[in-house]
Design a protein around this ligand. Structure first.
Ligand code: SF4
Length: 324
């Protein structure tokens, strides 16, 4: 029996290289070892989303990128959080066993209050409870997390433990699968790659668009003229070469330091590397786009399969709580 993995991602639309090198490639790999449930967490998005006009399109584009990248809907369950409403029910039950003090001390809640002081909604403080419901509704045993997310998972374990102590052993305490996600900086070379910051390179861009985006990247600021020697160790283009043209790294570093290669040429090489690495992804994406309703059908099937597990869990939870 394979262990069950659960992971969720916000519907952020078309994915960028940071998402791809971090979460998506990891999702694809996990499928070999685990039964995977991948959820597009649209309800979580509502805690900070005040305009939902692009929500459905963003769900579609995210799912399409996942599928084109190799998440296999025959092996894994891919679905949208709100399509399995039992999660809201479990969220309410877990809210009754979670002390408010546990939630108020969560660092990300405090950060969100600073980021969106005009919209400190009830959902923000309950976010970790809904996240726990997401995981334990499907009795997932393993959750892939980066080190920064460990406190969230610990809180989920505490909530599950508290429920088990109060009502009897119902949920496995989900374990962290610590994953080192490479930090991918954006085109500004300073901040983490992010759609909101506009410093990203979407993986679904055409080859020409990728070249255009790469050309806008900030490089070594000391290289003001073509003949100035460069410092690849501080250049984000060089860091990206590590992922897309690893066999040429030593040569690029040496040529940069001796000004034998210019930044335009170096960026062209990188763009070629990205386009060649993403060629199979682009081909699969185009093939999936050509199939009418494919993404919708996958998400409908995923919700149906997730719903079967969810209904069983809710029945058990209600029995434990003596609600039926
Ligand atoms: S040559 Fe390449 S590695 Fe060197 S500074 Fe320019 S873009 Fe960066």
């Amino acid at each position: 029996m394979k262990k069950r993995v659960f992971s969720g991602a916000r519907p952020t639309g078309r994915q960028h290289l940071g998402n791809y090198l971090g979460a998506i490639q990891n999702y694809v790999k996990l499928q070999d070892e685990y039964d995977c449930i991948y959820c597009i967490v649209d309800v979580h998005a509502l805690t900070s989303l005040e305009d939902t006009s692009e929500l459905q399109q963003n769900i579609y584009e995210l799912a399409l990128d996942w599928l084109a990248a190799g998440i296999d809907p025959h092996n894994s369950i891919i679905f949208v959080q709100s399509h399995v409403p039992e999660v809201m029910e479990l969220h309410t039950f877990l809210s009754m066993v979670t002390p408010l003090s546990w939630l108020l001390r969560v660092p990300t809640f405090k950060e969100k209050v600073k980021i969106q002081p005009h919209n400190v909604n009830y959902g923000l403080v309950g976010y970790p409870v809904l996240m726990t419901a997401d995981i334990i509704l499907y009795k997932a045993e393993v959750v892939p997390v980066g080190e920064d997310q460990l406190p969230h998972l610990e809180l989920a374990r505490e909530i599950a433990r508290r429920f088990n102590n109060l009502f009897g052993n119902t949920f496995p305490e989900p374990e962290a699968k610590l994953t080192s996600f490479p930090l991918i900086l954006g085109l500004d070379g300073k901040e983490k790659m992010s759609k909101q910051l506009g410093n990203d390179i979407e993986i679904a861009l055409s080859s020409e668009e990728t070249v255009e985006r790469v050309m806008t990247a900030v490089t070594d600021p000391a290289r003001r003229y073509r003949n100035d020697p460069g410092h690849p160790e501080i250049c984000n283009i060089y860091r990206l070469h590590q992922h897309f043209t690893p066999s040429q790294l030593d040569g690029i570093a040496e040529q940069c330091r001796t000004a034998k290669i210019g930044c335009v040429e170096c960026k062209t090489l990188l763009a070629q590397g990205i386009n060649s690495a993403l060629k199979p992804f682009h081909e699969r994406r185009a093939a999936l786009v050509a199939k009418p309703n494919y993404v919708t059908d996958v998400l409908t099937d995923g919700a149906q399969r997730a719903g079967v597990i969810a209904k069983e869990t809710i029945k058990e939870v209600k029995q434990r709580m003596r609600l039926i």
